[in-house]
Every structure is written in structure tokens, then in C-alpha cells.
Design a protein. Sequence first.
Length: 115
Amino acid sequence: VQLVESGGGLVQPGGSLRLSCAASGFTFSRYFMRWFRQAPGKERELVAHIANAGGSTNYADSVKGRFIISRDNAKNTVYLQMNSLKPEDTAVYFCNALFGTWNYWGQGTQVTVSP
């Protein structure tokens, strides 16, 4: 089982980034997919969630209206489009796959929002 995040980096406030998470080793289409983030000294928090069929999404209040989660089950990939980025969005972003008691994590990708 692998979840490999990519797309992180350094961006100025107001900018955009698109994170990707490529999955392998399990039946991707069955899994709920989630993006979490963890800033230094803070607990990991749920940022966005998308149902297995892709029809239902949910967002943390702090990112609602700025971030969009999507998935391509044909490519076994989940995305997080991040717009209007703020310094407080700086964190390591983790991809997570959840199905019943099965719960997988990626290694994370750093996002830094700074002038």
C-alpha cells in the first residue's frame, strides 16, 4: 500500500497550489479520501474529505471556499486545489485513505506560505 503526495512547495500569500496523492496497493475507489495537515507544534487536523464515489465533500471551516478536494478513480489519485493561500495554511499536508478499519497515510508534503 502506498500513498504518495506531491505538489507542495513555497508560495506567496494569495497564491495557489495543487496537491496530488497517488494511491496504489488497494482498491482506491472504495475508500474515502481525506487531506489532513499538521503545523509545527499543533495537532493534525482534517482539512477536506471526499466520499468514495466522489459525490460528497466536506471541508474545515478554515479552508471552506478556498480549497477544493477532488478525485479521479481511474487514476487512483486525489487532489487538493488550494487557492487564496494564507500564512496560516503553512503545514505538512497528509493524504489519508479510509475504509472501515483500514486506514492508510502518506508521508506528507510541505506547504509553506510566505512573502
